[in-house]
Design a protein around this ligand. Structure first.
Ligand code: 5GP
Ligand code: ZN
Length: 106
């Protein structure tokens, strides 16, 4: 999608380093970390938010990607957050799952 920052990152426009990539998602570090480790799991398909997601299988794949990224980062204990809608703090309207660990400030 044009004008979507996460679509551009997925596209490689900013040479963002991916902590992990698979068929469904990319994982990269949050630019403004709210914990010692703050990763974002982002589906390759543009979906605005959880409210627009109808693909149960994709949600499963994303959660398994969360687990794989946490394992790869050596995290045993971590928090996952999905902000849905502006009032809840969603700033980027391309679905993403936050992974936070250590001194969590979110
Ligand atoms: P939201 O508030 O939508 O749940 O989370 C969006 C997150 O994306 C924020 O934590 C913000 O710091 C992060 N973010 C916004 N723009 C960029 C970017 O260009 N690169 C990276 N790596 N993270 C971004
Ligand atoms: Zn997008």
């Amino acid at each position: 999608m044009q004008d979507c920052i996460f679509c551009k990152i997925i596209n490689g426009d900013f040479n963002t380093e991916f902590v992990l990539e698979n068929e469904y998602a990319v994982v990269f570090k949050d630019i403004n970390p709210k914990a010692d480790t703050h990763l974002l799991v982002v589906p390759k398909k543009h979906v605005e938010s959880l409210n627009e997601l109808n693909d149960e299988a994709l949600l499963g794949k994303l959660m398994m990607t969360v687990k794989a990224a946490a394992q790869k980062a050596g995290l045993k204990s971590y928090r996952t957050v999905i902000n849905t809608g502006k009032e809840a703090g969603q700033e980027v309207f391309h679905l993403h799952i936050h992974i936070l660990a250590g001194n969590i400030r979110l």
